[in-house]
Design a protein around this ligand. Structure first.
Ligand SMILES: Nc1ncnc2c1ncn2[C@@H]1O[C@H](COP(=O)(O)OP(=O)(O)O)[C@@H](O)[C@H]1O
Ligand SMILES: [Mg+2]
Length: 219
């Protein structure tokens, strides 16, 4: 039987790409035959809205359930909503003080920290990293990695990516560039896989991301 893994997407700020990564990752994992459930822990419900904007002819390839409450409530809800899933992705609110983020981190086998390579994002990533590293000290089985997102080919982005290597957590061997295709897939309620040849470069990035995450979950 395939191992069932829980992957939490965390950040201290909105706009780093937690929801975007969650949805692309879910679609990529589904294409590899994994049954994926998404727990939408963000009260703004972006993941739920994203999936709800899919057409009936092309539904989003993973179930999205809005989950609320404390860890025990979320765990209980997952037993119902994610029954039969091989993998669960938890899309968190943009704050590490939020109850849902803390619950997701406790439940996770893998914590993914999307980070936009800009100085202000680095500062807030330090705070998330501290929390994750402290959690790993208690729970050594927890795996975690930084995931560069919205990477632009500028000197600044290159410098910041260099700085990321000084973080304690490893940088995932996958990164998503700044691309219209990622934003556009939210509009159609799908993923970059539905965008055809125009999204070839994005598809390659997501495929690499899927492989890297499957390695982390031990799939
Ligand atoms: N790699 C990317 N390329 C282009 N736009 C992106 C990328 N990642 C995220 N975005 C855009 O940035 C905004 C914030 O992304 P989102 O996934 O909602 O972040 P979060 O869930 O962390 O708040 C959205 O408008 C999204 O379309
Ligand atoms: Mg979000």
């Amino acid at each position: 039987m395939k191992k069932r893994g829980i992957v939490a997407l965390l950040s201290q700020k909105g706009g780093v790409g937690k929801t975007t990564v969650t949805m692309q990752l879910a679609a990529g994992l589904a294409r590899r035959g994994r049954r994926v459930a998404i727990g939408d822990l963000d009260p703004q419900e972006s993941a739920s809205r994203w999936a709800a904007s899919a057409s009936a002819a092309a539904p989003f390839p993973a179930l999205v359930a809005g989950l609320r409450g404390e860890r025990a409530d979320i765990e209980r809800a997952l037993r119902t909503h994610a029954q039969g899933a091989d993998l669960i992705l938890l899309d968190c609110p943009p704050s590490i003080e939020h109850l849902h983020t803390l619950a997701a981190l406790e439940l996770a086998d893998v914590a993914l920290l999307p980070v936009v390579p800009s100085p202000t994002d680095l500062w807030s990533t330090r705070a998330v990293e501290r929390l994750v590293v402290a959690t790993m000290a208690r729970r050594p089985a927890l795996r975690a990695a930084l995931l560069p997102n919205r990477v632009q080919r500028t000197g600044l982005a290159g410098d910041v990516l260099e700085v990321l290597r000084e973080f304690e957590l490893p940088v995932l061997d996958a990164a998503l560039a700044q691309r219209n295709a990622y934003a556009q897939s939210a509009v159609i309620g799908g993923s970059i896989y539905a965008l055809g040849r125009a999204a070839d470069a994005a598809r390659e990035e997501v495929e690499r991301l899927v492989t890297a995450v499957m390695e982390l979950t031990g799939d």
